[in-house]
Design a protein around this ligand. Structure first.
Ligand SMILES: [Zn+2]
Length: 153
């Protein structure tokens, strides 16, 4: 895939200090289109879709929201804590609307592994197949999400 002028504009929104202090690219020097392509391939190798991954994240988040900021058991053997802070973030792909600043911590009680993601992560995965750049604080590895959240084809 070739990076378009529109991709350049979107990618500039992901730089540090534009939408978030640290940005969404980490140390990743690749073009946005190459980041998207590599993660799309990783998701397909897992036999999954971005929609299926986002749906599982959403289900865990929704189950955990009942804890009102405290860890709560969810979906049999997960423990989820949903923490909201003030403020909203726009989508770097220049969608309309703003996304609440919300952090979701998921612990797989059976394996002991944890995952942490935000409301914006769920949107970026679902709508754009974007998992953030390598080294970004909120980078979501598709393989890790699939394993920790037990997302199966
Ligand atoms: Zn968007």
């Amino acid at each position: 895939m070739k990076q378009s002028a529109k991709d350049d504009i979107i990618q500039s929104q992901m730089r540090p200090g534009v939408i978030t202090r640290d940005g969404m690219l980490g140390e990743d020097r690749r073009n946005l289109c190459d980041i998207l392509e590599a993660d799309d391939a990783a998701v397909r190798r897992l036999g999954l879709t971005h929609a299926a991954i986002a749906a599982r994240m959403r289900a865990l988040r929704d189950a955990g929201a009942r804890g009102l900021g405290l860890p709560i058991g969810a979906l049999d053997h997960f423990e989820v804590r949903v923490d909201s802070v003030r403020g909203k973030l726009p989508c770097p792909f220049r969608h309309q609307g703003m996304f609440p600043k919300e952090f979701v911590e998921v612990r797989n009680v059976r394996s002991g592994e944890q995952a942490m993601f935000t409301e914006l992560n769920m949107h970026l995965i679902e709508a754009h197949g974007f998992y953030e750049g390598l080294g970004s604080a909120y980078r979501q590895e598709p393989e890790t999400l699939a394993r920790v959240l037990e997302i199966v084809p």
